[in-house]
Design a protein around this ligand. Sequence first.
Ligand SMILES: NC(=O)c1ccc[n+]([C@@H]2O[C@H](COP(=O)([O-])OP(=O)(O)OC[C@H]3O[C@@H](n4cnc5c(N)ncnc54)[C@H](OP(=O)(O)O)[C@@H]3O)[C@@H](O)[C@H]2O)c1
Length: 307
Amino acid sequence: MDGTPTEPLVLVTGGSGYVGGRLVPLLERLPVRVRCLARDPAQLRPRVGPATEVVKGDVLAPGSLDAALRGVHTAYYLVHLMSDAADFAARDRDAAANFADAAERAGVRRIVYLGGLGDAADPDLSPHLRSRHEVGRVLRASGVETLELRASMVVGAGSLSFQLVRSLTERLPVMLCPRWLATPAQPIAVDDVLAYLVAARDRPPGASRVIEVGGADVVSYGGLIREYARQRGLWRLLIPVPVLTPYLSGLWLALVTPTQFAVGRHLIEGLRNPTVVRDKSALDLFPAIRPVGVSEAMRRALAEPSA
Ligand SMILES: NC(=O)c1ccc[n+]([C@@H]2O[C@H](COP(=O)([O-])OP(=O)(O)OC[C@H]3O[C@@H](n4cnc5c(N)ncnc54)[C@H](OP(=O)(O)O)[C@@H]3O)[C@@H](O)[C@H]2O)c1
């Protein structure tokens, strides 16, 4: 025994976020060493297990990434830049390129990235969803095997997109709803996303690929709002209007907190785009994972402590 650790090292970026924060405890139960990259390590440290390493890093500061990626086998990219800047797509791209370059230099074997569904061929695809796809492309271009899981809304108490549905439904008995009320989505329970993320680490080595993941139901946003209201015992009237005016959009966003505002704006823009699984190969690649439908996902989200 020379004291060299033999368990693979897994890096989690976005460990202070919702999905990353839920992933870390699951990884901590596996025979792996866990390292988190955080912009503010002191804030993350109390939220992870004692054996988990927390290193300071910022995906927009390339010099901070080499040390974080050293010795890493699998790196999770669960970063969402909080930016309302017009150049958010450029920042997303720079961040992904910095991370990809550093991962390649460090000899990382696999990157697992959680991005967004949406049809890349749709000329009306929102800048937010287009940027999420571009992040995947940039990561793949590193040459490091990249598994890009693409999801619609993650249903869980701390998920910003779910919080938008919650804020709206809790606070507005009568909603003037734009056209996108009818847009189909395939929301996925956070437990199922986490199961895919954990299982992605165990896939045999292979080529980079995009894997579309979704819950058992395809549902419109109007349907989601109605299901939320049903489970909470709320009476809600949804009145369709033809367009989402800036005034209406602003009114809705006034219901979310200021820190959520920037990302919320991009998320609302993306609601006009269908986010439905078209390539169902995830069900064959991960036969042990059978995602639940919307009602069950929502029931669990409402039972989470912060809901
Ligand atoms: N939630 C959903 O419904 C949903 C749906 C589909 C896909 N996804 C994808 O899942 C991933 C995680 O989403 P989430 O909902 O967990 O997001 P989140 O809660 O907003 O967390 C974002 C994370 O990114 C980190 N981050 C931001 N800027 C950074 C930087 N410059 N350097 C390093 N870290 C930085 C944040 O750290 P700080 O604490 O330092 O800010 C935070 O940990 C994203 O890629 C998102 O696109 C989410």
